[in-house]
Write a protein that binds this ligand. Sequence first.
Ligand code: GLC
Length: 536
Amino acid sequence: MNERIDVESAIQWWQRAVIYQVYPRSFADSNGDGVGDLAGITSHLDYLAWLGIDAIWISPIFPSPMADFGYDVANYVDVDPLFGSLADLDRLLAEAHARGIRVLLDFVPNHTSDQHPWFLESRSSRDSAHRDWYVWRDPRPGGSPPTNWLSNFGGPAWTWDEETQQYYYHAFLPQQPDLNWRNPEVRTALEGVLRFWLDRGVDGFRVDVIWQLVKDAEFRDNPPNPAYGPALAPHHRLVSLYNADRPEVHEVIRGLRAVLDEYPERVMLGEIDLPIERLMSYYGESGGGVHLPLNFLLLITPWDPARIDEAIRRYEAALPAYGWPNWVLSNHDTPRVATRSGDAQARVAAMLLLTLRGTPTVYYGDELGMRDVPVPPDRERDPFGLRLPGQGFGRDPQRTPMQWSTATNAGFSDVEPWLPLDTEYATRNVEVERDDGDSMLRLYRRLIELRRTPALAVGSLECLPQDGDVVSYIRRGADASFLVALNMGETDRQVTLPEGCHGGVVVISTHLDRQELVSTRFTLRANEGLLIEVTD
Ligand code: GLC
């Protein structure tokens, strides 16, 4: 018994948590300018508490020219007036904490805005005190850029500065110059930023493009990518060997982690878009790196039972002993799950996300079954889409306003929102789904509630053999064992419990209409997932 209590108390809050991503421009507009804000988030905390989530991660809210909608920060230690003020953030923190909800901010250390005073100063002269805070290089003989590195948003990653006759490096837009993390002053300044927010009571950070912080010391050219094809964004023409995932980045991350460790119970999520084996190195040696290197496997794996099953096994097998898993189903950079998997499978996807081992991230609106909204060219806003027109890279469709009610503008705003609303918002919204016992929202809420049982929160996971359209696994804890069986196909399937399982009780079906005893063989209906408490 004592041993069990010890094990339980060693588990951190974020291991049991369900994290909810808020894209602040699109969550709730409190001041009638068509763009969401902090007061809007605060006014909906009761909803989030009702939903049962433990923490919110808010995409950037800092002063910014919004060239990349806040991922171009012009001041790390303030709030953009579009979103409110520091006082609004303090109120949000206090109100969230009062409801037991933790708050994570988005930390964007790889690059600043070109309007950040550091960059303005850096660019002002080669002798400026901040010159070396960014990545400046001479041209190659003949005047071409120093390396062949490409911008993630299309085009070269180097921009020529006429005034000082050098190129500066930007992994994204020219308006997002990369900081030079080899410079100790940069490290000290950005670590100070973390302390500023931690002192204010922020519970942690999602760190933007953390795997790209350090670039090759020798500025070598990237090799061509033999796997490049037309579906990939143009920068994938080259393998990002020398401008990302450099070994020295881990020491920088240890420094950031050490700052978080000065405070109790804080957490660092890292955006790391790398193959699984490389991703694992970001836990750091013995777990001294990122607490949760974000796992994008469900985002990138086609919605196919064999592929999903393989992804789960591969991820679980690759985890180091000290690595706590996590799963992301949608985010602001990728089409929504309901669009990728289809409406019928979105429920199965919800059950998958919320019953896998590890911390799940729910993207705002997924709990309603929100889909990507087609955005006509004249309303397109995302720079990625605008720079590569007509190629489907735009991220606006997954960033449309939250659908709160049947009211005008879905209760998001009193005025026309910055991005169009789903034409079906009148049937897919919080108000309607809250009152509908069978809704997607009700399914999410119930799954989040069930996840609190120790077996689902922190128990073990054992994958069962994949069988046709059915993916299944067992979660075991000291309290109970659950079988999760997911039918990813459109026909009914017979499932046989593994040997040693003597039947059980259906705790929840994704159709929310089934609670019965099942014997060792049972039917899984088309597009149905079941969570069954089994007796061994
Ligand atoms: C990350 C963000 C993305 C942003 C980019 C540049 O990938 O998730 O939205 O555009 O970094 O900061």
